[in-house]
Design a binder for this molecule. Structure first.
Ligand code: FES
Length: 243
């Protein structure tokens, strides 16, 4: 049995190549293997001055094995500089290995079903950007369907998933494996590592979390759902020093 068949894979996710994955190091950084791209992104505002789109900024040099900060104290973000050793952050993982959909609620609209697992909110706010996704999904018409799709696709953490009601399959497209450190200038802080393209995340215990197309990994050290972001960076105003 190969690795892929042993791992839980969320419906609608196309897994990255086997050699691309992230290992959580106990009390340490993320070890990233297989050289996915690593690009800083800014959340830019729309005309309603809410989250509108991601703008790519700095592309970082990558290597086949790299270490990314998850304690929030590195002076060389997004890379680890060893600061976790003296930072005194509690980096224990608390997240469940269960599929996200097991604990999601569902809202049924005329043609789409929105699922929502609030625990995985990374506070990127595309779902509430002047219109609220929980209303949008319930409205009829192509304009509302397209907006709902857009909002779900921008959801950095994968808290939200959208199913086509006819096929009951997620509206999700395969993406290249990539890691995107987020900067959120509207609220004046840095955010998580947005991980896209079905990259497997392996706990320090050796067990893998469900493989998902969109995930957000905590890099401020303060989430209570580690290794995933739960939006705590916004309350502590995490700064990576790159904004
Ligand atoms: S980066 Fe979001 S909670 Fe740590």
């Amino acid at each position: 049995m190969n690795k892929k068949s042993q791992n839980l894979i969320q419906i609608g996710t196309t897994p990255a190549a086997d050699n691309i994955y992230i290992q959580v190091i106990k009390n340490g950084p993320y070890k990233v293997l297989g050289e996915p791209k690593l690009i800083q992104v800014y959340i830019r505002q729309n005309e309603s001055r809410q989250s509108g789109y991601y703008e790519e900024a700095k592309t970082f040099e990558t290597s086949d094995e790299m270490y990314l900060c998850r304690c929030g104290h590195s002076k060389n973000a997004p890379f680890c500089d060893g600061s976790h050793v003296n930072a005194g952050e509690n980096l224990e993982e608390q997240a469940s290995f269960e599929p996200l959909l097991n604990n999601s609620m569902a809202i049924e609209g005329p043609t789409q079903i929105l699922t929502d697992n609030e625990k995985y909110c990374a506070f990127s706010r595309f779902c509430d950007n002047g219109e609220r996704i929980w209303n949008e999904v319930q409205l009829s018409g192509e304009e509302h369907e397209k907006l709902t799709e857009f909002m779900v696709n921008q959801c950095s953490a994968g808290r939200l998933l959208l199913l086509d009601k006819k096929t009951m399959q997620p509206i999700e497209s395969a993406e290249d494996a990539g890691i995107y450190p987020i900067e959120d200038s509207a609220i004046g802080c840095s955010g998580p590592l947005m991980v896209r393209g079905g990259i497997r995340v392996e706990s320090a215990t050796g067990e893998s979390y469900e493989v998902r197309n969109r995930q957000a990994l905590c890099r401020c050290g303060k989430s209570s759902n580690k290794p995933f972001c739960n939006g705590a960076h916004a309350s502590v105003k995490y700064q990576d020093g790159l904004m």
